[in-house]
Design a protein around this ligand. Sequence first.
Ligand SMILES: [Zn+2]
Length: 155
Amino acid sequence: MLSYYVVLRSVLRLKPWLRKCLARCRHCGIFFLTDARNAGRQDLGCPFGCSQSYRKSQSTRRSVAYYQEPEGKMKKRAINARRRKTPRGPAWVSPASGWMRPILEYVCVMVGLIEGRKVRLWEVVGMLERSVRQHRMARMRRIDQSVAWLNEQPP
Ligand SMILES: [Zn+2]
């Protein structure tokens, strides 16, 4: 979760106007980006399970009811057959792999929503890589300065 905040902070640093889209989950207290229209609302659930688990429980209830009807049963069988046939997609090879992937996808959707355009995953990756690089450079500069200072005035 720490890395999520690193990503979020980087995004906010690069796009300070997104700050007004920052919201806090009423269930778990996590910060997340939301549509500007939701800004200031106190009753939002985060996209990491809280609002989802609520929505999922709703949709599960709905689909359970639906699949108990004959038409639904047939459809379900078709879906299951298709699911078995569909091969798994190719493995994702880039910095956007593994646990980072859902975070990046989320950031991608949020930035797209807020900027009102389609944002590609690689744009977000590039954005964050740039930000990390700048951050690292700034830190290196600070370290260099302290080393220079120590050299000038030995303790
Ligand atoms: Zn939450």
